[in-house]
Design a protein around this ligand. Structure first.
Ligand code: LCS
Length: 394
């Protein structure tokens, strides 16, 4: 049997095909909207799905550049097939519209990215889809939430922005038993640190805008899973049209080639920053899955091979002190998004999660004083020095 190459080698090599025309070393950007058929019979066969190949850049497999990215990402997640999208939200929308129809029920983690919360709480109910937001870190809650109509369980772990973790293997097992699809938003962990499909989930998705692209210079989304679901989803993708541009696909291919190296540094720096913050008298609490103080640290050790670069904390004095801290940092950028090479700091209650009603934020632990940090790959001493001067100035 052929030896399966390791994760780092997949990052660099999988999916890459030498350019058949000129032999270019890197994957070309197929900047084209349409594809020429050899003859009318071939065009008809491709549209009928009787022959594989490219037809039009909106219709999967989009372009050869997209196909390389989808294949590479699927290999990293351990899935049979992948699909790229215009953004992480386009991925979540297409997955939801493929898996759910009027009368169906969705169970979602209660702490999810703000726009995911809005999509699930405002858009899907308008289509006749019922949504239950559940604290998925407690298995009893998940079990209790199932109804005969439940068709999908959507998990975000670690969750944005509280870093709450849920037991993916156990929930995927229950979902399978109940005949529901288990989908995991793996944006925070990336396949380098967590592979939901290997834990039993049906689909794993990421916002490429974050660690996959890795350099805060693109918007994109991607999902991996089994061929059957991907085939079903390809019509939704073609009909709704939220597809990634070829240049973005190329940037993501380039980003993935260094994913393993970047993630190591993100996690190493985040651990040091988390330990620093936890040691400071100005800090009320810190949440980082790698800290023993994280409520699900044991579970994180079980299902993740590292803890990535995201952390949340609150300074004493709540939101007022938090705002002063965010205004005082110099090296860290005050910006939403995450997974960039530089350290980003932001305030979820007034920024990424401002669209989540205040009462819901309170209930799920997105406190007004919570500050979120996406730890970059700068020198950890410099990040810590910046936070230290800002803490001393509040
Ligand atoms: N899933 C998670 C966990 C996210 O954090 C985001 C965006 C998305 C999906 C959506 O991806 P997008 O459509 O932006 O590519 N999170 C953001 C954040 O925390 N700050 O700005 C965007």
């Amino acid at each position: 049997m052929e030896r399966e190459v390791k994760f780092a080698t997949k990052c660099v090599h999988t999916g890459e095909k030498p350019d058949p025309v000129f032999g270019a070393h890197t994957t070309p950007i197929y900047q084209t909207s349409t594809f020429i058929f050899e003859n009318a019979r071939q065009g008809a066969a491709r549209f009928a799905g009787e022959e594989s190949g490219y037809v039009y850049a909106r219709i999967p497999p989009n372009t050869p550049t997209h196909a390389v990215l989808a294949e590479k990402f699927a290999a990293l997640e351990g899935g049979e097939a992948g699909q790229t999208f215009a953004s992480g939200m386009a991925a979540i929308t297409a997955i939801s519209l493929t898996a759910l129809k009027k009368g169906d029920h969705l169970i979602s983690t209660d702490v999810v990215y703000g726009c995911t919360y809005s999509l699930f709480s405002q858009v899907l109910p308008g289509l006749g889809i019922e949504v239950s937001f559940v604290d998925t870190s407690k298995i009893e809650n998940v079990k209790r939430a199932f109804k005969p109509e439940t068709k999908m369980v959507f998990l975000e772990s670690p969750a944005n922005p509280t870093l709450t973790i849920c037991d993916i293997a156990e929930i995927a097992r229950i979902a399978r038993e109940k005949g529901a699809l288990c989908v995991v938003d793996n944006t925070f962990a990336t396949p380098y640190f967590q592979r939901p499909l290997e834990l039993g989930a049906d689909l794993s998705l990421s916002s490429c805008t974050k660690y996959i692209g890795g350099h805060a210079d693109l918007l994109g989304g991607i999902a991996a899973g089994n061929k059957d679901f991907m085939n079903r989803m390809s019509s939704v993708v073609g009909y709704t049209g939220g597809i990634m541009g070829p240049h973005e696909a190329w940037l993501c291919i380039r980003g993935l080639k260094t994913l393993h190296i970047r993630m190591e540094r993100h996690a190493e720096n985040a651990m040091k920053v988390a330990e620093f913050l936890e040691s400071r008298p100005e800090v009320e609490w810190v949440r980082y899955p790698g800290l023993p103080s994280h409520p699900q640290h044991e579970l994180a050790l079980k299902q993740m091979s590292g803890f990535s670069g995201m952390l949340a904390f609150e300074v004493k004095g709540g939101i007022k002190a938090g705002r002063r801290l965010m205004d005082k940092v110099k090296l860290c950028s005050l910006a939403v998004s995450l997974g960039a090479t530089d350290t980003l700091i932001q305030h979820p209650a007034s920024m990424t999660h401002a669209c989540v009603p205040c009462s819901v934020r309170k209930r799920v632990g997105i406190t007004d004083g919570l500050v979120r940090l996406s730890v970059g790959i700068e020198d950890s001493g410099d990040i810590i020095a910046d936070l230290k001067q800002a803490l001393e100035a509040i």
